[in-house]
Design a protein around this ligand. Structure first.
Ligand SMILES: [Zn+2]
Length: 215
């Protein structure tokens, strides 16, 4: 193989720096650009970011009013107290026993925009996160009211609701911002699932013919 073909092949094996999929299965064309009143802050463990199955950071790519805070960096303590601004009505998206449903009644109680703090990762990791951030102890917990059953699973260990983070964020923003936002994020989620399964040889590439398009 000559050098140019070798380099071309190498490039195809690389991951896309934006969606982290293999370049052949890049899903960037399915990433919408959503500028919302609701702010999303994803709190993610550094180990979670190494997983190709992570969907939380994909949600952040789609949401201009969002940020990521990374936990578990060696020698660093993450303080989230600066997130608790009066400008936003802040909720922690975690289905603990005392969590309230993200319902119309709850949303109508306060006119301020909402900030959702979303612990990324499994139930165990999310529980650990809450334990390690006493500054969040008075932040009201919210959960989804009725979750749709996911089509496929990316991996066995899921968020507490049994969903991937992107899917959970899609449903939560659907409740707060409306169904158009939910649909756009779910198209991205479906693209991630479909292309991941195609890359693994589980789905036939012809299934990608009707590629979702960004809004
Ligand atoms: Zn990409």
């Amino acid at each position: 193989m000559d050098y140019n073909s070798y380099m071309a092949r190498r490039r195809l094996q690389e991951s896309c720096p934006i969606c982290y999929m293999n370049r052949i299965f890049c899903i960037c064309d399915a990433i919408p650009m959503l500028t919302l009143k609701t702010r999303v802050c994803l709190v993610v463990h550094t180990n979670e970011l190494k997983k190709s199955s992570n969907t939380g950071r994909l949600a952040l790519r789609a949401l201009t009013n969002s940020e990521m805070r990374v936990r578990g960096e060696l020698g660093e303590t993450l303080d989230l107290s600066d997130l608790l601004s009066e400008r936003y009505r802040t909720f922690l998206f975690y289905p603990s026993k005392d969590a309230v449903e993200l319902s119309g009644d709850l949303l109508r109680q306060d006119a301020r925009p909402i900030q959702l703090i979303v612990p990324d990762g499994s139930w165990r990791q999310a529980g650990k996160m809450l334990y390690r951030h006493p500054e969040l102890k008075d932040v009201p917990r919210v959960k989804l009211d009725a979750a749709n059953a996911p089509k496929y699973y990316l991996r066995a260990q899921h968020r507490p609701e049994g969903m991937a983070t992107l899917q959970a964020i899609a449903h939560a923003l659907g409740a707060i911002e409306g169904t158009a936002v939910e649909t756009a994020l779910m198209k991205l989620y479906d693209a991630k699932i479909e292309r991941t399964l195609t890359a693994k040889g589980i789905l036939h590439p012809s299934a990608l013919a009707k590629r979702p398009t960004a809004v």
